[in-house]
Design a protein around this ligand. Structure first.
Ligand SMILES: O=P(O)(O)OC[C@H]1O[C@H](O)[C@H](O)[C@@H](O)[C@@H]1O
Length: 542
């Protein structure tokens, strides 16, 4: 289907002309009630979307578009385990990873509920044994460091959450995350670790990823150099998280120490699968369970709430509104929490790998813009760096402000000042400051135009009581479903990622030309040949 050829799209195009000429100042002046009316809650998340360039009619029209695109049926299909990942012919069931054991689900003959909870129990037992000191290294010492080796979806979720939930971690047990094939990553993350007390979690859905297998091999050498060729050293210091038991066994990890998941969990949606193992070891099974329950709360909100009050649906539709009707290309994520400093990186994979597509489900080229470039930094740091462009630049950049009522560390007035900054930023973006207001401050006439704040820059504010395992889970589920909503409207498969394959194949093909002892014969483009030659000179190779 060409979504842009529908009456619903045409109605939105007409409506856009009208709304684009309105300002948030006007919209609020006409309807002060929108500050409380255009808000909602999902679990503990209070979401204020009143500072968006929309009217009630916009929302109705966007919801009509979502209906036309088949969103209600697609939501049902996802939760039921239909193969909505059409290009890989797979179900998409990350929501089943956090559903309670009491919710039965059988898909393609698999008792999904039983399998999910069997792995969760196994993870919980393992986490208990490591945390209690029952699980020991090859020389009999207690484990004090867990190093997750994985990349992309096998890294970003637990790495982001480990930072976010630092206050919930057992401080006697450090977790580290090695992802990059840059040797610096492994070297830096292990430089102060003792092999005898370090446990590696090799985390890879496919167990074929070059970066992860290379780092895992390096880790095995580092371990054996440290503890010696002690009987069972690898078994005591390596566990695996994967869907590929054969490759795990081939690497030399006992499959009894493997935590499985399934092909219906996409890499970037795998955080709540066994991929969360290192996090569970760090924060313990109870906190981990609270996080899963938080995810489930928002999953249920998404599954059962009518579209017009469904917060991930609204957020996803607003993203479509700006991307396709206002021509926005990027989206800022501004957590007012230092603990959420890796959230933008996590969301980059979730959103951009999901919706960076140019072809529809049906193989036809897309007819809309798709995807947004997600980026951001914690507030208030971003204010002193890039907010200038948000306020006075020429691009329209929708922003998400994320804050919490209760601080994790209550020191003087610091948290109140942090939050005052957050509220001030979204207000300044929305309402700006006119030339008259600037002049009234006594600003010299020549400077007035420079100090005018255009305003009319949209944002969502998400406010939660406190950053906890539960609210973190709720927040991530909110974003996951937002991405899905956009994908359905754009008629794209948000669960495949064919675009990353070519570069991987080419890197493997190119590697021998970099490492060969003699000058290589290269069958590559002229730029790449010249770059490789220059690199070889830098490395002292012929
Ligand atoms: O978990 P793995 O199989 O090692 O994959 C790790 C990552 O690499 C791939 O290139 C994909 O683009 C990601 O979606 C995935 O999360």
């Amino acid at each position: 289907m060409d979504i842009t050829a529908t009456d619903e799209w045409a109605a939105l195009s007409d409506h856009h002309r009208e709304v684009a000429s309105r300002t948030l100042r006007e919209l609020f002046a006409e309807d002060a009630g929108r500050g409380t009316r255009l808000t909602g809650t999902a679990g503990d998340l209070y979401v204020d979307w009143s500072k968006h360039r929309v009217t009630d009619e916009t929302v109705q029209l966007l919801v009509a578009l979502a209906e036309k695109a088949g969103l209600p049926a697609q939501i049902k299909a996802m939760f039921a385990g239909s193969h909505i990942n059409v290009t890989e012919d797979r179900a998409v069931l990350h929501t089943a990873l956090r559903a309670p054991a009491s919710v039965p689900l059988t898909v393609d003959g698999q008792d999904v509920t039983a399998d999910v909870h069997a792995v969760l129990d196994k993870m919980g037992d393992f986490a208990d044994r490591v945390r209690s000191g029952e699980w020991r290294g090859a020389t009999g010492e207690r484990i004090t460091a867990v190093v997750n080796i994985g990349i992309g979806g096998s890294d970003l979720g637990p790495a982001m959450a480990y930072l976010a939930l630092a206050d919930y971690s057992d401080r006697g047990l450090t977790a580290r995350f090695v992802s990059n094939i840059d040797p610096t990553d492994f070297a830096e993350k292990t430089r102060d670790l003792d092999p005898a007390t370090t446990l590696f979690v090799v985390c890879s859905k496919t167990f074929t990823t070059l970066e992860t297998l290379t780092n895992a091999t390096v880790a095995r050498d580092w371990l054996l150099a440290g503890v010696g060729e002690v009987e069972g050293a690898v078994a005591k210091h390596f566990v695996a998280v994967s869907t590929n038991a054969d490759a795990v066994a081939e690497f030399g990890i006992d499959t009894d120490n493997m935590f499985g998941f399934w092909d219906w969990v996409g890499g970037r949606y795998s955080f709540t699968s066994a991929v969360g193992l290192s996090l569970m070891v760090a924060i313990g099974r109870e906190h981990y369970g609270e996080m899963l329950a938080g995810f489930h709360t928002v999953d249920e909100h998404f599954r059962t709430t009518p579209l017009a009050e469904n917060l991930p649906v609204l957020q996803g539709l607003l993203n479509v509104w700006y991307t396709d009707f206002f021509g926005a290309q990027t989206h800022a994520v501004l957590p007012y929490s230092q603990y959420l400093s890796r959230l933008p990186a996590y969301l980059q994979q979730l959103t951009m790998e999901s919706n960076g597509k140019t072809v529809q489900f049906d193989g036809e080229p897309v007819t809309t813009s798709t995807g947004e470039v997600y980026w951001g930094e914690p507030g208030t740091n971003g204010q002193h760096a890039f907010h200038q462009l948000l306020h006075q630049g020429t691009s329209l950049i929708p922003a998400d402000f994320i804050g919490f009522g209760e601080p994790n560390h209550d020191i003087g007035e610091m948290h109140d000042l942090l939050m005052a900054n957050m509220f001030a930023q979204s207000s300044a973006l929305a309402f700006g400051k006119t030339a008259e207001e600037v002049a009234a401050d006594g600003t010299p006439a020549a400077v007035v135009p420079h100090k005018v704040m255009p305003g009319n820059r949209p944002s969502t504010t998400i406010l939660a009581p406190k950053l906890t395992p539960s609210t973190l889970g709720q927040l991530i589920a909110f974003y996951e479903h937002t991405v899905f909503v956009e994908g359905v409207v754009w008629q794209i498969d948000s669960f495949d990622q064919w675009g990353v394959e070519l570069g991987k194949v080419m890197a493997r093909e190119l590697a021998p030309a970099l490492t060969s002892e003699t000058a290589p014969e290269m069958d590559a483009d002229a730029s790449t040949v010249a770059l490789v030659q220059h690199y070889r000179r830098l490395r002292g190779r012929p």
